[in-house]
Ligand binder design. Sequence first.
Ligand SMILES: Cc1ncc(COP(=O)(O)O)c(C=O)c1O
Length: 353
Amino acid sequence: MSKYWSDVVHKLTPYMPGEQPKVDNLVKLNTNENPYGPSPNVIEVLKLEAAESLRLYPDPNSDALKAAIAEVHHLNSNQVFVGNGSDEVLAHVFHALLKHSRPLLFPDITYSFYPVYCGLYDIEYQTIPLAEDFTINVEDYDQPNGGIIFPNPNAPTGIALALDKIEKLLKANTQSVVVIDEAYVDFGTESAVGLINHYPNLLVTHTLSKARSLAGLRVGYALGSPDLIEALIRVKDSFNSYPIDRFASAGAIAAMQDVEYFNETRKKVIATRDLLTKLLRKLGFEVLPSGANFIFARQMSKGGAELTALLRQKNIIVRHFKVPARIEPYIRITIGTDEQSKILIDGLVEILK
Ligand SMILES: Cc1ncc(COP(=O)(O)O)c(C=O)c1O
């Protein structure tokens, strides 16, 4: 608290990112990073970029990066918006497209940054409870709204929503923007990107932090009709002209273009996830079905906080959410390598002995 702060700052409840520990030798399964490095091509281009052009500002429009993203998704460049991580893209989305007189709708259990953006931009919102089995029921969103947003697959549950349900939502909400946050879509969930040319109110956000293993580079993007993209550009150009630096641009282009590496590594993550799910179930865990690079699971003999603390004593970090109460028993485990899964399982066997 300070007399120098604005009213807005007094009222903020900032987002709490997962721990980035300062010590080595931890099995770090808490922030949904990719256990495999980015494409080797990324490292090559970053070396060149360091040697060449840092004296100059980057392209404020990120045209080359937009073109690379558009090509992967079979869209035009004017249907692409890029930003400093999808968190920044989402911030602009909330500001530019989701602030209206009617409330924004999102699930009660979802990415916990959404209410934070609402606080920052003074956006009225209403949370819609997930069903008993943690799925999203699109009929529950059938009410006047200033926009709808949720991740698919949802976070932190990992549960995917089928594309026909998303299409139903788009048809029922032609007067507002429907944002599908596809941060984790590449781990086996069906993408809504193919619907963009049919629904001008659909915006899909992606990140290079997960399946392309570039959380440290900070690149994310939104895909949608040129009209929606223009709104985002207007906000971006009133905020920071150069959100994508020269490294981010060069590295992200190389990552988008190496489709083979992308497919190879995401398949490995999916295979590890499926194996880990089986092993956890054998240990008595209830594991929600996941279309993401993490799983959400509980073991009835221990609470979520207790299990997280016991794993931490064994140098294994997972993520735990205290609220809402319905998810307190669960822990969210990022999918690492098969070796990391083994360490996790061995640790759990000892804890549950
Ligand atoms: C659902 C969801 N959306 C968006 C993000 C933001 O990712 P980034 O800012 O790294 O692109 C995350 C990060 O964990 C996430 O879980």
